[in-house]
Write a protein that binds this ligand. Structure first.
Ligand SMILES: Cc1ncc(COP(=O)(O)O)c(C=O)c1O
Length: 461
């Protein structure tokens, strides 16, 4: 952190924040006596707060976003240059960075060919839901409009995204929900619904989706929307066999497969996209957080040419195109930042680093599980890891949320920012979350897991 900032007194900023800012996802009573946290500066893997205290950030900006790390001048320069040339024009026209990023992105996504720009993960998912409904109107008399979503998955904050949300505490109090969204069971074998394991479990969890389709009527189901690895619902890596069977089921009933890559997209799991681990072919992919690592707001909905064609094949119908707009989807800063973000990932071999450092993190967490009985299971893919905490390993009774939060707070006091599932699944907010930037070194990973080791020792004894 630069010395000017460290020496500056930021008490006025704290007062202004406390008086006027409504923070996301926070209960504010505590700020009447305590201070809100202000993050002032970031560089690489580290951030500094209002007191100049340094933290290593194990969650990429809190919500798995800053994939290439803080303080990237080349991204700032790319955005600055683009803003001076042309900051904005509505998305009914094209832009230079918009076209070039789309080309680059599509080169990483064989089988897909069209990029629709908007500015948040929720918005991208909403657009996919709208496409499903419009296809249903045009081709199926409105009938095939339902979207299936999975218990424990999250797709965003708007009312329709919450209606497709599998996290009951997140959804609570925001009904009535949008009709047409239908829940399917989660696929977390550790919290098994079937007395099976491995591939048999994966196939059973996928077959449970088929049962829902049959109960609803396949002619009413337009799409299935899933996270490749469930994020805020507990870092749930799918069991073997699951995705292959899911793909078969979608094909069998002519259901579009919509993969929500808002967290996994652009490197987080060690491949460009999470679905690419499983050899599946989605019809629609949504992405946001890591697309420009938070240097500018950008989200994309990417589709196949087949989906795109359904919106252009009848030019004689004045309503037969995607009648949707996103004002800020026309901001050029997003794709300008995204091009440079992708170049950094390529030139610095960050996908390889993610695989290697992800393995190290999993090994370290598994070693902690040998030492701390409170760790029930460690899960993860690339630099996207979770440790589910339990009060009792035999019964798998979840650890209390306040104890899980005490571990997070202890790490914070040590200068290590980790995350935990919170207020999402009733009684099941018990998974510690780790998603450091893809630039993490072995020392960074060890520093993070050492802090967790100490915190678990202090909180659970
Ligand atoms: C899997 C997933 N989808 C969608 C969203 C919503 O993204 P946004 O907050 O950008 O609207 C999130 C946000 O955490 C997410 O985790």
């Amino acid at each position: 952190m630069n010395t000017m900032l460290r020496e500056n007194d930021l008490s006025h900023v704290v007062d202004a924040d406390r008086a006027n800012v409504w923070h996301h996802l926070m209960q504010h009573k505590a700020f009447e006596t305590g201070e809100p946290r202000i993050i002032v500066e970031g560089k690489g893997m580290r951030v500094w707060d209002q007191h100049g205290k340094e933290h290593i950030d194990a969650v990429s900006g809190g919500v798995w976003t800053v994939n290439v790390g803080y303080g990237r001048e080349s991204i700032a320069n790319a955005v600055r240059d683009q803003l001076i040339k042309l900051n904005y024009f509505a998305g009914s026209a094209g832009s230079i960075p918009g076209a070039l990023f789309a080309e680059k992105l599509i080169s990483k996504m064989p089988g897909l060919s069209r990029v629709y720009y908007c500015n948040s993960g929720s918005e991208a998912n909403e657009k996919a839901f709208k496409m499903v409904r419009q296809i249903a109107q045009k081709r199926y008399g409105g009938k095939k409009h339902k979207v299936l979503y999975r218990e424990r998955d999250y797709h965003g904050t708007t009312i329709s995204c919450l209606s497709a949300g599998g996290q009951d505490e997140r959804n609570a109090h925001y009904g009535p929900y949008t009709p047409g969204f239908v829940r399917v069971p989660h696929c977390l074998e550790y919290r098994a619904q079937w007395n099976l394991s491995g591939e048999e479990y994966g196939i059973a969890a996928a077959n449970a989706i088929e049962e829902v389709i049959l109960a609803e009527g396949p002619d009413t189901v337009g799409a299935l929307c899933l996270e490749p690895v469930t994020a805020g619902g507990g870092v749930i890596t799918p069991p073997p066999g699951y995705w292959e069977r899911v793909q078969e089921i979608c094909k069998k009933y002519d259901i579009l497969l919509h993969i929500d890559e808002v967290v996994c997209g652009v490197g987080r799991t060690g491949t460009w996209f999470g679905y690419q681990h499983y050899g599946i072919k989605p019809d629609m992919v949504t992405m946001a957080k890591g697309v420009a690592s938070g240097y500018a707001a950008i989200a994309c909905l990417v589709t196949t040419e087949e989906v795109f064609d359904m919106f252009k094949d009848d030019a004689s119908d004045p309503l037969n195109y995607f009648r949707d707009i996103s004002t800020f989807g026309g901001c050029t800063a997003g794709p300008a930042a995204a091009i440079e973000n992708m170049r950094i990932i390529e030139d610095e071999n960050l996908l390889d680093n993610t695989v290697a450092m992800g393995e190290r993190m999993m090994n370290n967490l598994n070693a902690l599980a040998d030492k701390h009985a409170v760790i029930g299971q460690v899960r993860g893919k690339g630099l996207f890891c979770g440790a589910e905490l339990v009060a009792d390993r035999a019964t798998k009774e979840p650890a209390a949320e306040k104890m899980v939060q005490a571990v997070v707070a202890d790490c914070m006091a040590q200068g290590v920012v980790i995350g935990a599932t919170n207020r999402s699944i009733p009684g099941m907010n018990n998974t510690l979350c780790f998603s450091p930037a893809l630039i993490a070194t072995a020392d960074d990973i060890d520093q993070i897991t050492d802090a967790v080791d100490q915190a678990l020792g202090r909180v659970f004894g």
